[in-house]
Design a protein around this ligand. Structure first.
Ligand SMILES: O=C(O)CCC(=O)C(=O)O
Length: 347
């Protein structure tokens, strides 16, 4: 116990005073195809490349990896499903105790009236959202998202980097894991079906995954998460302004953005992809692949909450695009524990 405490104190000290060094940033900003990590000759579903699980021969690569690496062999059924369907559910990955501690800490932030937490709230206009302080936000309104709670709330970190999710991402990323954007929801998001690659931008655009942790048992009608099974590899790239994987509201016309969102539903339906509804128990985690088409369903029962925590991850060597807009002293990687790093654009 004492050794564990000492180790944690040492890591806390290290992460506060010796943030992990920033890897070299690439200048592609999500527009170009990354070369560095790709094996020569590998073919991908996307023109923007991807992780090894995005290769057309990913199942054969999985065979090889499982034969060589016991960590991959153990995860083989889950990784196989991830390659095929674009998502995997890790049941009871996070304990109720951790979730309750996090919920209590968040309540303290809300009650304090002086929390540093920031919230994304919907507004009218081309950018359709604005960021306000927690004290000024209605966190119970759909589309309200409390941002990067892991950066301000110590209780978020063991949930975000719970062992099951960390091991899975480690195997998929083939390197250490960076959490670089987090969203806490009290209610269903009602967000249109979309692909994260349009908005969650790293220099290697397909090298992201997200986790969705249920902070309570999720009820039908609460605006549950929905997704088209297999859509991550089934739909050709939507290229903004003819060449970018991500959307930029200053560069790309609104109609093009709407065209992308509409086409995800049209193309998924045309291919007969199943639209699945996620009704997890408290503590279950769903991990989705970068290009899985997903969103929040309509809220049919406004009386129920849909408490959940989404985290977007990349390999540690990828660079979040938002670093380009941050001053040098904010372009920081913090290490929570070995192999687990965080970055934030808000704090
Ligand atoms: O939880 C939801 O309703 C959607 C979340 C989502 O789409 C995202 O964070 O990318």
């Amino acid at each position: 116990m004492y050794r564990l405490l000492r180790w944690r104190m040492k890591n806390l000290f290290k992460s506060l005073f010796f943030p992990a060094p920033k890897p070299q940033a690439s200048a592609s900003g999500g527009s170009g195809r990354p070369k560095a990590r790709e094996e020569a000759g590998a073919e991908f579903y996307s023109d923007f490349g991807g992780l090894w699980i995005d290769r057309r021969d990913a199942l054969a690569v999985l065979d090889r990896k499982a034969a060589e690496d016991p960590d991959v062999a153990v995860l083989r059924p889950q990784i196989e499903q991830f390659i095929r369907d674009g998502y995997v559910v890790l049941e009871q990955a996070v304990s109720h105790e951790l979730i309750d501690a996090y919920t209590a800490e968040l309540q303290r932030h809300i009650a304090s009236g002086i929390s540093p937490l920031q919230v994304s709230v919907p507004v009218q206009g081309p950018q359709d959202k604005s960021v306000v302080s927690l004290a000024d936000a209605d966190v119970k309104a759909p589309l309200s998202k409390i941002l990067d709670t892991y950066a301000c709330m110590p209780s978020a970190l063991p949930m975000v980097f719970n062992e099951a999710v960390h091991k899975f991402l480690r195997a998929v990323f083939e390197e250490e894991v960076l959490a670089f954007q987090g969203l806490h929801f009290e209610r269903g998001s009602t967000q249109a079906i979309h692909q994260d690659t349009a908005y969650v931008v790293a220099d290697r655009p397909l090298e992201i995954c997200a986790s969705w942790l249920a902070l309570e048992d999720i009820q039908p009608g609460s605006g549950e998460l929905i997704y088209y099974v297999g859509s991550h590899h089934a739909l050709a790239d939507w290229k903004y302004s003819g060449r970018f994987k991500h959307y930029n509201h200053e560069r790309d016309p609104h109609a093009e953005h709407m065209g992308h969102l509409n086409s995800l539903v049209e193309r998924s339906e045309a291919q007969g992809l199943e639209l699945a509804h996620f009704l997890p128990k408290k503590g279950d985690v769903l991990i989705w692949s970068a290009d899985l088409a997903h969103g929040g369903s309509q809220i049919l029962n406004p009386d129920v909450t849909r408490r959940s925590l989404v985290t977007h991850f990349s390999p540690q060597s990828a660079t979040p695009n938002y670093f380009r807009y941050l001053p040098k002293d904010k372009q920081v990687y913090r290490t929570y524990q070995p192999g687990c790093h965080t970055a934030t654009m808000y704090y």
